[in-house]
Ligand binder design. Structure first.
Ligand code: 5GP
Length: 209
């Protein structure tokens, strides 16, 4: 069975990644979304084990010590991390695993898993980002300001990603992301077994044999 592709999706807080991910999972692909652990408080409507595993700082630090996280980072005073086992199991099953994580974590993944695909999702402009964050109404002014400040830091590293996607219309963004991951499956480096088989088979046609 061919191994799944690990795709890391990052984007400024408020870029609409959550909606894009949700639609991608409902699409015809063979996707599995990794659920992270975090020490931040659940937002209204979020459930433990669905959006995140909500854990204490001590619990997350224990997971870090025991190497249970594939990557982790501190984001606006809280830990966020990717449980390793789920990702490894799903990739082995042939699923295309999506990690929706921030930049520090994305760069850790690129080091550990060089064949991972890194995609950065951005709104069409920073003005639009501010509008979306404010209209979401889930965070205080202070938190919005620190998320915008963080976005300004993150913008410096966008060029480290393999692809950039503008989330202007959600449906278009989802479709492009789906095509992008589908195309990644066609890379020769990911199909070496098949290439070797074709090469072997073709040898009988060699001139003079
Ligand atoms: P939020 O608090 O808005 O749900 O997430 C804040 C940021 O943390 C987002 O940029 C989100 O992508 C990122 N994030 C979520 N889970 C993880 C994770 O497991 N690792 C890392 N490095 N970042 C994460």
């Amino acid at each position: 069975m061919s191994k799944g592709i690990l795709t890391v999706v990052s984007g400024f807080s408020g870029a609409g990644k959550g909606t894009v991910m949700k639609r991608l999972l409902e699409s015809k692909g063979n996707y599995a979304l990794s659920i992270s652990v975090t020490t931040r408080e659940p937002r209204k409507g979020e459930a433990d084990g669905r959006e995140y595993f909500f854990r204490t700082k001590e619990e997350v630090e224990k997971m870090i010590r025991e190497d249970q996280l594939l990557e982790y980072a501190k984001y606006v005073d809280h830990y966020y991390g990717t449980p390793r086992k789920y990702v490894e199991d799903k990739l082995a099953e042939g699923k295309d695993v999506i990690l929706e994580i921030e930049i520090q974590g994305a760069l850790q993944i690129k080091k550990k898993v060089p064949e991972a695909v890194l995609v950065f999702i951005t709104p069409p402009s920073m003005e639009e980002l501010k509008r979306r964050l404010t209209e979401r109404g889930t965070e205080s002014r202070e938190v919005i300001d620190s998320r915008l400040a963080r976005a300004s830091e993150e913008a410096e590293s966008i060029d480290k990603y393999d692809y950039i996607l503008v989330n202007d219309k959600v449906d278009d963004c989802v479709e492009t992301l789906h095509h992008l991951i589908s195309s990644e499956h066609l890379r020769s480096q990911r199909n070496m077994d098949f290439i070797c088989k074709i090469q072997d088979e073709s040898r009988i046609f060699k001139k003079g044999e």
